[in-house]
Design a binder for this molecule. Structure first.
Ligand SMILES: C[S@@+](CC[C@H](N)C(=O)[O-])C[C@H]1O[C@@H](n2cnc3c(N)ncnc32)[C@H](O)[C@@H]1O
Length: 317
């Protein structure tokens, strides 16, 4: 899946991992030693020669796994695959690209407020696609609270982007807009993070291919639930891209999110909880529907909200 700004996500390293270290399994474990790779390429990454969006995608996003999860959710909830996707808070719209790539019947709409990141994704990804794929991707510079799009089967909000809505009324307003933009049998899929370490002000490093990703939980306010998280990138030459990204969020809990989804009209929400790897005792990257989580130090979960419950199948005669 997309790994979030805080690598908290997707692949838990250990169930006691902090938000930041969590997804190191997915990318970190497979990554070649950074020095070896950088040396072979003949160029060392430095703060001066690096692009923050490229590093973000490398460190945080897992769009193939994200689209696999969408397919899995559709198969299990609706017995078929979806064709239309809206990626809210899309940034570079990398998930839109993967969605359009994977099946010729697929169409994707990305929505983001920030023109500069949309343009970066256009130049980096969409400009190099054959027209048969790029023609099925539309990226809109718009606010997810106001955007009007044709009804789609799936809307995703990944990497906790909707945590930007700190007031409950705003969160419900966003979820209502999502509800209204979905087809009748549509699914809204988002992620969330938590665990005891998400309530700590800690900095965690993850070594990647030629750079170090740093998730800096800089502020946690237990009264408001507000957090300020930074992403820094550090390089073998000692240089640093400090505060490449900053997120001022509210750390919403799973029950709060589910309540807000219900209030917005969703008929049913399912939490997908990550399984445990028997050897490492960490997360195994497999998310399954669950009503019982674990009180671990750091976790990532996915929520699938159904606009309507599936119609009961006609009783067989
Ligand atoms: C954490 S990034 C998410 C990038 C990517 N979707 C991912 O999964 O990693 C959050 C993005 O949300 C965008 N954003 C923030 N508020 C928004 C809003 N109200 N409407 C649309 N986009 C918004 C920002 O411009 C930023 O690109």
């Amino acid at each position: 899946m997309a790994r979030t700004p805080n690598s908290t996500s997707r692949a838990k390293t250990t169930k006691s991992r902090s938000a930041a270290s969590a997804n190191s399994t997915t990318k970190g474990a497979g990554a070649k030693p950074k020095a070896a790779r950088a040396k072979r390429a003949g160029v060392w990454r430095t703060a001066a020669n690096s692009d923050k969006h490229e590093l973000y995608e490398l460190a945080v996003q897992e769009v193939v796994a994200e689209c696999d999860f969408i397919d899995k959710a559709w198969k299990s909830k609706r017995g078929r695959l979806a064709t239309t996707l809206r990626e809210d808070f899309c940034g570079t719209a990398k998930a839109c690209t993967e969605w359009a790539r994977r099946r010729p019947t697929n169409h994707a709409i990305g929505v983001d407020l920030d023109r500069s990141v949309i343009l970066w994704g256009e130049h980096r990804h969409r400009a190099h696609l054959p027209a048969s794929i790029s023609s099925r991707i539309t990226v809109l510079e718009a606010n997810v609270l106001e955007v009007e799009t044709p009804k789609v089967e799936t809307i995703v909000a990944m990497n906790f982007s909707y945590f930007i809505f700190k007031e409950r009324a705003m969160l419900v307003r966003y979820f209502r807009r999502v509800f209204e933009s979905l087809a009748d049998d549509g699914l809204f899929i988002c992620d969330a993070y938590g665990g005891s370490e998400s309530h700590s002000e800690v900095e965690e490093e993850r070594s990647l291919d030629g750079f170090t990703y740093v998730w800096d939980q800089n502020v946690y306010n237990p009264i408001s639930g507000d957090v300020v998280n930074h992403i820094h990138f550090r390089f073998p030459d000692g240089s640093e891209m400090k505060r490449a990204f900053t997120y001022r969020w509210r750390l919403w809990s799973l029950p709060e999110i589910q309540d807000a989804l219900r209030e917005a009209g969703f008929a049913q929400t399912t939490v997908y909880w990550e399984g445990t790897d028997s050897k490492s005792n960490g997360g195994n990257g497999i998310f399954k529907p669950s009503t019982r989580g674990e009180a671990c130090a750091g976790w990532i979960a996915y929520l699938v909200a159904e606009k309507r419950k599936p119609r009961a199948k006609a009783a067989k005669k």
